[in-house]
Each structure stands twice: as C-alpha cells, then as structure tokens.
Design a binder for this molecule. Structure first.
Ligand SMILES: [Ca+2]
Ligand SMILES: [Ca+2]
Ligand SMILES: [Ca+2]
Ligand SMILES: [Ca+2]
Length: 365
C-alpha cells in the first residue's frame, strides 16, 4: 500500500508491504520503499526468478515524480534497480508480456512535469535475458454435485520458476467439449495461452464450488490450468465432464372413467405407454389435477404402489410430495360424488373424461 497518511507528524506519505501471517494478522515487513502519494503499485515477476517484484509510480513531493522497479531479493529485501522510467503521478501501471517473448513488460500512464505538466502513456519492453516457462498442467481433476452446483477440484502442480505456493489456477466450463460458454477462462481454449495478464480466476484454490450448475440433462465440460508469477498459463488439463441425469419434467395423463366421478392415474413401469421409472428418494413430485367438463376437483388420494399402507389424502391442488424412499406411486383424484372406479390411465375414445392430471418431478438439492 502507498499514499498519504494523516499522522500528527511527518512522514505524511508512506509505502509499506504487509505480510499476511494468516488469521487476519498482517505484519509490516519494513521494506524501506520510497514513500509515494497519488500513486500506483503492481506486482510481477519481471526477472523470472519465481518471486514477485514490485513496480510503483507516484509523487515524492509534487512536482517530483518517480516510477521505480524494486527487485525482490528474498527475505523481505527489495532493491531499486534504477530503471530509467518516466516518473509519473496520478497514474496507473501494469505488467504484461506484450511481445510474447516470455518476460513481463511494463505499461505506465500518468502525468509528468518538466516545468509544465504533460500526460504520458508508455510501454517499456523488458530486455532481460532470463525467460519464463509455463507451469505444468494440473492433474487429479474431479467434480461432484454439492447443493445447487458443482464443486471442482484438482491437484497442485509445479513450475520451473514459481514455487507451487505461488501458482494460481484458472477454470473454464462449457456446455460442449472445448468451450467455456458457462465460465470463461479468458485463455486460448486449445493451448491455454493467456489472453489477459492476470492470475487465474480460482486464485490459489485447489477446489471451487460454483452454484447454479445443476440443470437436469446438462453436461458440463471443464478443465483447469495453472498460472505462474509471470502470468503465463499452462496447457489445459485433460478435459473432464459432469453429466446431470435428464429428468422427465412433465407427463400429462388423461384420466378416463366409466362413471364420471373419479379419475385414477396408475404408473405401471411395465406399460410401454409410460416411462418405466421409479421416483427416487428425495424427488419432489408435483401433481396437478385439471378437472374437465364442468367437474370440480375435490380430493387427492395417492398411494405408494410399493407399500399400500402409505398414502396421502389431500384437498390441495396441486400437491407436492417428497419421496421418502424410492417409490412408484399411484394417484386418484376425485371430481364429484360417488364411488371410486377402476379406470385405466389411457385416453380412450368415447370414454367420459373427468379431467387430467399433470405430473412434474424435479431433483431436490
Ligand atoms: Ca522476481
Ligand atoms: Ca516480454
Ligand atoms: Ca523481453
Ligand atoms: Ca514459470
């Protein structure tokens, strides 16, 4: 951090590095950096030795402005390399390998002064002779459904320059193989070449739970890459996919009755006219009755076909039933007075219709 403080006595500006010591403890490492105001800072491993170096620009007391690169010499020592850069304030700066030669170059923009103020926007090419190589692709990929989404995980990987703890990870997810239309990786889908000079979207995570990825019938194709401290991306790990089972969403079953008082629906798993499925435990089954020909809905009676002792009587329409076990169900609804008929679950020409019921089921998270 850098900028203007407001203590009772000087110095009024400061630039500090706070080391994250975990558990919300941050410790000033006393890096001895030039104090700046109206400034900007950016980390990047310009010398490809695997540690993050620091560039900074700003005012050291207007109208004196500097732009500096501090090389990270480990153990909290940062050395000003006296790079010959235009000093600017009210500025912005950023690392990126614009010429694709595997070292980080620098872009700066801001205001400089030579008796009057001028704007500057410059790209500085890094002419060093130590070059970065990309990390190895992560392995150990896995995805499991969790709540209303998927949790993706992978194993840490390695890099020839950046220590494993300094690597970040970048996830992509698509609805077909080789795409990232669900969650963009902002990297070439074939090679992993990074289109943005940035750490990976998963940062240092080795697993990431993303909500909203639970569409029945959808298959999600995904991969992950590692990004090193010079912002180079590895190739993509071998693509994985996770498929949610397709669920039939609606069945409209016409009820026929001889005496137009009651209707029945009977899901027979052996009946080729109806999907031969069992409703799995946890499924929410919604039954909607649509009485026909002036009849009035009055009551549901729903059996568990596996256990005739389990049934639901309900006068609400629709009703929702959560399967307490894997079950086949059998339902009747009443739309008038009289006795129950043993009707067939098929639309039969010439039969009198009481109405129809629609079934809808969905997975519960
Ligand atoms: Ca470095
Ligand atoms: Ca470069
Ligand atoms: Ca270069
Ligand atoms: Ca590297």
């Amino acid at each position: 951090m850098a900028g203007h403080d407001n203590p009772p006595s000087p110095p009024y500006t400061l630039t500090k590095i706070y080391r994250n010591d975990a558990n919300d403890v941050f410790t000033d490492i006393g890096a001895g950096l030039t104090a700046l105001n109206e400034c900007s800072l950016s980390w990047g491993d310009y010398d490809n030795d695997g540690d993050l170096d620091l560039t900074m620009a700003g005012s050291i007391g207007s109208p004196n402005y500097v732009t500096k690169i501090y090389r990270n010499d480990a153990n909290g020592v940062f050395t000003d390399i006296d790079a010959d850069l235009t000093g600017v304030w009210k500025c912005s700066l950023s690392w990126g390998d614009y010429d694709n030669d595997d070292d980080l170059d620098l872009v700066i923009a801001g205001q400089w002064y030579d008796g009057s103020f001028h704007g500057a926007c410059k790209v500085y090419r890094n002419n060093g002779d130590v070059f970065n190589t990309p990390p190895s692709a992560p392995g150990g990929l896995g995805a499991v459904p969790t709540g209303d989404g998927l949790t993706f995980s992978w194993s840490a990987t390695t890099d020839s320059q950046t220590p494993a703890a300094g690597l970040s990870y970048n996830l992509r997810i698509g609805t077909s193989s080789g795409t990232d239309d669900v969650f963009a990786g902002m990297a070439d889908l074939g090679t992993g070449w990074r289109r943005v000079p940035a750490t990976g979207n998963a940062q240092k995570r080795l697993s990431w739970a993303l909500k909203g990825l639970d569409t029945p019938g959808a298959t999600y194709y995904w991969s992950v890459q590692a990004v090193d401290s010079a912002l180079a991306g590895s190739g993509w790990a071998a693509e994985q996919s996770y498929a949610f089972p397709a669920l039939p969403t609606y069945h409209t079953l016409w009820l026929t009755i001889k005496n137009p008082t009651y209707g029945t629906i009977d899901i027979d798993p052996n009946d080729p006219n109806w999907p031969p499925f069992t409703y799995p435990e946890g499924t929410e089954l919604t039954l909607t009755a649509e009485p026909n020909e002036g009849k009035k809905f009055t009551k549901w009676k729903v059996w568990d076909a596996n256990d005739p002792n389990v049934f639901v009587l309900d006068t609400n329409n629709p009703i929702a039933i959560v399967m307490s076990a894997d079950r086949k169900v059998k339902a009747f609804f009443k739309c008038g007075g009289g006795g129950i008929e043993n009707a067939l679950p098929l639309l039969m020409a010439g039969a009198v219709l009481c109405g129809y019921a629609s079934w809808r089921r969905r997975r519960r998270g």
